[in-house]
Design a binder for this molecule. Structure first.
Ligand code: ADP
Ligand code: MG
Length: 153
């Protein structure tokens, strides 16, 4: 199926599922993270980065808009576009190059970059579920479908 969901009862489960997503992506593609402030988008990104082999800390790129990670031969870009006022600003960051590469791009608040960002391979949306969270995924491309197939449990 191109969609699916999983309940993640705490932060630890969120990080652990990030590692599953990392394996499914093989560190390639474009993933949008949707959900309100505090839903766990950065936490999940941290799990994905860990799963790609990143061992250091992960800071939220709220002010820098993008944080690049070179992990062995893998390249991961973590975006947080919350503070972006105009999608055109992304052009000045040279983001086209990021998306052209064989990199993994994780994007929080992708709506802010509408018109400039490429289509996502996989959408991840997070909502509250009791004290925890429910994560729902939707594949939007063939690459995303290959990822979704690996997320099925
Ligand atoms: P966002 O980037 O969406 O604003 P954060 O990743 O900064 O959100 O997380 C906000 C809070 O949510 C953190 O305190 C984190 O511990 C908590 N959190 C993350 N995932 C879960 C989860 N699955 N269940 C409960 N709390 C979570
Ligand atoms: Mg965040």
């Amino acid at each position: 199926s191109s969609t699916g969901s999983v309940v993640l009862p705490d932060e630890e489960a969120m990080v652990a599922f990030g590692q599953v997503i990392a394996d499914a992506s093989d560190a390639h593609g474009v993933i949008f993270l949707l959900g309100d402030l505090g839903m766990g988008k950065t936490t999940l990104s941290r799990g994905i980065l860990r799963g790609c082999g990143h061992q250091g800390s992960v800071k939220s790129p709220t002010y820098t808009l993008v944080e690049p990670y070179a992990i062995g031969d893998k390249q991961v870009y973590h975006f947080d576009l919350y503070r972006l006022s105009d999608p055109e600003e992304l052009e000045f960051l040279g983001i086209r190059d990021y998306f052209d590469e064989q990199a993994l791009c994780l994007v929080e608040w992708p709506d802010k970059g509408r018109g400039i960002l490429p289509q996502a391979d996989l959408l991840l949306s997070i909502e509250l579920e009791g004290q925890g969270r429910k994560l729902h995924w939707t594949a939007q491309t063939e690459l995303g479908q290959a990822m979704a197939d690996k997320l099925e449990t």
